[in-house]
Design a protein around this ligand. Sequence first.
Ligand code: GRF
Length: 201
Amino acid sequence: MTPPKPLLSLAVFISGRGSNLQSLIDACAGEDFPARIALVFSNKDGVQGLERAAKAGIPTRTLSHKGFESREDYDRAVLEILAEYPIDLVCLAGFMRIVTPVLITPWAGRMINIHPSLLPDYKGLDTHARVLADGRNQHGCTVHYVVPEMDAGPAIVQKTVPILPGDTPEILAGRVLEQEHIAYPEAVRRIAEGTAPPFPK
Ligand code: GRF
C-alpha cells in the first residue's frame, strides 16, 4: 500500500471578512481534503476573519503595516513570521495589500491569490462595477499564482457566472463570491494532488 501523502500546510492571509478563509476552513475539516491551515495571518487587528480562525482553533498572527518605512520592510517582517511555521503554500484571501518581490520571490510557485474577475480581464479593484459598466455578459473569479506584477500570475482555477438583467455590483459580487468559495478549495486540492497547472520556471 502507498503511504498517504502528507497534508499540504497552508498559511492564509486576510485583511477583513474572511469568507474565503471560511471556505478553506470548511474544506480542511473534510477528512479527504489534502490540506490543513497552520496559520492565519492578518495585517489588521480585530477583523472577522481572525474570529473565524480562532473559532476553528487555528493559530493567528497580526502585523500592522503601519509604522513600517516601506512595503519591503513590512514584507521582510512577514517573511520572518512565515518562517516560524511549517508552511507549504501561502493563500492570499482578501489580503488587501500589494506584496513586493521581497515576499513573493522566496515563495514563487507556492503563493496563490483569489481575484474577483476572469483574469487577465479586470485586474485591480472594483471589478464588479467595471464589468457592469462595460456591458459584459459574463464575469467570474480566478485563483492564480502570485507574481510581482499585480493579478498577472498564471491561472489555476477559474469559475464563470452570468451577468443578469438588474444586476448591481453588490448582487454580482454575491454571485461571484459563491463561486470563489468553490474555486479556492478546488485550487488548493489541485496543488496538493499535483494536478494544478505548473508554475512556469
Ligand atoms: C474577495 O472577493 C476576493 O476575491 C477579493 O477580496 C474579497 C475578500 O473577501 N480579493 P473575503 O474576505 O474572503 O470574504
